[in-house]
Every structure is written in C-alpha cells, then in structure tokens.
Design a protein around this ligand. Structure first.
Ligand SMILES: C[S@@+](CC[C@H](N)C(=O)[O-])C[C@H]1O[C@@H](n2cnc3c(N)ncnc32)[C@H](O)[C@@H]1O
Length: 205
C-alpha cells in the first residue's frame, strides 16, 4: 500500500504517463508527417508533447472534456490520480501549455470525443490517437464516430490493447477487434499495448 511519502512526490514529472508516453514515440512510423490529427483523451498531456514532436502535425486537436466530465477533482483511480486528489485545473494547465508551445498548430477542445468528431467535416483526419473512455461501449462508440471523419488512408492508433480479454481494459480489445473485422481494417498490435488500425490500401509516411 502506498504511504504518504509517495503522495508527497506525486507530480506531473513523476506520473506514470511521464515514463509511458515517450515509449510510444515509435507510433510515428505509422503516421504521415504534416497531417491533421487528434488525441482523444489527453489528461496531463504527456503523450501530447510526444505527438507534437514526433508526428509533426500541421493541425493537432487535443480533445478531453476535463471539468465537464470530472468537475474539480479526478475520481480516485489509485496512484493515477493521487487517489482522487489531483485537480482538473492542474492537468488542464498542462494541456494549455502544449497549445501555447505551438498555437498555430494545436487546438484544445474541451469536448467529449464523439461531440468533437461530429463537429468535423467528413474525411478531415489523417490520424487519431484514441485513449479516452476504456469501457467496451465507449471505445465502440468513439471508433464508430471516428470512421466517417477519417481520410481513406487515415490511421487510428490507440492505447491499452491488452491481449488478455479478462484484463481491466478487456473492453478495448473487444471493441477494437470487432471494429477491425467489421470495417476491414488491418490491425497491428505494437509494443506497450498500442494498436494501429488502417485500411489495407493505406499508404504511410
Ligand atoms: C488515460 S487518460 C489519457 C492519457 C493520455 N492520452 C496520455 O497518454 O498521457 C484518459 C483521459 O480520457 C478522458 N476522457 C474520458 N472520456 C472521454 C471522452 N468521452 N472523450 C474524450 N476524453 C475522454 C479523461 O478525462 C482522461 O483525461
């Protein structure tokens, strides 16, 4: 059990995404540089920084409802949210800092993924990184909303594809597998539980 000492050092720099996010930089090999993309589920914007640097987008939407979903403070997701002590203002500030680092490219949308996607014209996105709600129905609905907004050679990438369907995030695997089969997308499962979905005809990089 974690003690007070662990809480005292809780910070953005010590958060587990600070370690995990840089490991996902290899996903850039599946993405055309200079494209239009979105990260759906931003949280403390650790991976947003990596995406901005490695994917070199011309337009990059950061999509997360922040206060609209969580109010002032995150739920108690164990150490991930400092047992419910992490404030939304703190993570939102980090997302805004990413916007400020490239204001012509990055746009923050404090929206639910489906709401954001429905605001886009058809075939707008070259890529999407999906890391929002992890329950089966949530991933299923987000993937369904992404499909019409994705360019024909666009790519869907996402987090927490665990091979064990009985794992905490088994719903991600189920929704991703169903989507890939139903829509005829090639599925690639990469290191660190990342997945890539693309049409067989899609050209990358
Ligand atoms: C696992 S965290 C994202 C971590 C981030 N992608 C990273 O790699 O550093 C999940 C985030 O998804 C957000 N979220 C939950 N439901 C959402 C939805 N329907 N649309 C967009 N974001 C959502 C939560 O507010 C939370 O910030």
């Amino acid at each position: 059990m974690a003690g007070a000492g662990e809480d005292e050092v809780f910070s953005r720099a010590t958060h587990r995404e600070a370690t995990h996010a840089p490991r996902r930089a290899y996903l850039a090999e599946y993405v055309r540089k200079g494209g239009v993309g979105a990260e759906i589920g931003v949280f403390w914007a650790h991976f947003s920084e990596v995406i901005l640097r490695e994917f070199a987008p011309s337009k990059f939407y950061l999509v997360d409802p922040y206060h609209r979903l969580h109010g002032e403070t995150y739920p108690a997701w164990g150490p991930y949210t400092n047992r419910g002590r992490l404030t939304v203002a703190e993570t939102l500030e980090a997302a805004k800092a990413v916007v400020a680092s490239a204001p012509d490219v990055v746009e923050l949308r404090e929206q639910f993924g489906t709401e954001f996607l429905e605001s886009l014209a058809p075939e707008t996105l070259d890529w999407v990184y999906l890391d929002a709600g992890h329950k089966y129905e949530m991933v299923r609905d987000d993937l369904a909303a992404i499909l019409p907004r994705l360019k024909p050679d666009g790519v869907i990438l996402g987090d927490d594809y665990f091979a064990d369907p009985n794992s905490t995030h088994g719903g991600v695997k189920r929704a991703v597998d169903e989507f890939a089969k139903a829509q005829g997308f090639e599925k690639i499962v990469g290191k660190y539980c990342q997945y890539v979905l693309r049409r067989p005809s899609a050209q990358t990089a």
